[in-house]
Design a protein around this ligand. Structure first.
Ligand code: 0O2
Length: 253
């Protein structure tokens, strides 16, 4: 966030562009802040869904959530790679993963439930969706990617920002982080043997996801046959207890 945009990477034309239309420090700060607020908005939604789902269904579909804001130098590098103008407007219109959120779920079905719950929200517009779970990449990568457009309400205007949301299972996440480390270590020139092993590991992780999901379904079926009413009754009791707490609080004040 504090890293200044490195001008070392810029071509003469980009330098000229920056000289003619230099963004002020305030422009850059506001620009990055809008993406941070985009992350905050989606994070709030995800946390609400997580807590509400936990309460309504007695379990959380989310194992963990993380977020990251692309660094200024990574933004400039990407803009150059895709040929986008190195201006705030050019970057805003062409780079969609400045703000990123990663949601790690327990089961494959949870990844789709999270997706459905998120995109059902009226202020979340999905502009691109890539389902690498149903259609994994050739290297074995699996994940659900959404580019969402959300409004950010600033003091003097509303700004629409893109947030990339990646939703995957724990097994997919484990694989992706190892694969990322290996690529980084070998600077993208990974030996063929390791690539084959990675693909094999991705298939193993997928089989693990399938068998964990099957076991989870069995447990759910058992719970349902043991009497869903008891879970409902327990929740009703909790609600009555909370209502009583509110009443006694109101009586004291
Ligand atoms: P970082 O640091 O994680 O952000 P794009 O890269 O978005 O311009 P692309 O390739 O069409 O264009 O996007 P895609 O396929 O939606 O993938 C974007 C992000 O998904 C990547 O971001 C990774 O985070 C993740 N990803 C995609 N493919 C792979 C893969 O094969 N292995 C791993 N480990 N992660 C992958 P960045 O920008 O590469 O990096």
């Amino acid at each position: 966030m504090n890293e200044p945009i490195s001008e070392d990477h810029l071509t003469a034309r980009e330098h000229q562009n920056l000289e003619e239309h230099p963004p002020t420090r305030l422009d850059l700060t506001r620009f990055l802040m809008s993406y941070k607020f985009g992350i905050d908005e989606i994070m709030t939604k995800v946390n609400v869904l997580k807590e509400e789902f936990q309460y309504a269904h007695d379990y959380s579909p989310i194992e963990h959530v993380s977020s990251r804001l692309k660094s200024p130098s990574a933004i400039v590098k990407k803009a150059r790679n895709i040929g986008a103008p190195i201006t705030i407007a050019g970057i805003r219109a062409n780079i969609f993963d400045i703000a990123g959120i990663r949601i790690t779920c327990s089961f494959v079905s949870d990844t789709y439930s999270m997706r459905d719950m998120l995109i059902a929200q009226p202020d979340v517009e999905v502009v691109v969706e890539k389902d690498y779970i149903a259609n994994p990449k050739s290297n074995g990568y699996r994940s659900l990617h959404l580019i969402c457009r959300v409004p950010v309400f600033m003091s003097d205007r509303v700004e629409y920002v893109y947030v990339e949301v990646q939703i995957r299972t724990v097994a997919m996440d484990f694989w992706a982080s190892l694969e990322h480390k290996i690529y980084y270590k070998f600077q993208h020139d990974v030996p063929l043997r390791l690539l084959d092993e990675l693909k094999e590991a991705a298939d193993t992780a997928h089989r693990l996801d399938l068998s964990m999901e099957a076991m989870h379904d069995e447990v759910l079926a058992l719970e349902a046959s043991a009497g869903p009413e008891s879970a409902q009754e327990q929740r009703d009791e909790e609600v009555a207890y909370i209502a009583q707490l509110f009443r006694s609080g109101a009586a004291k004040s």
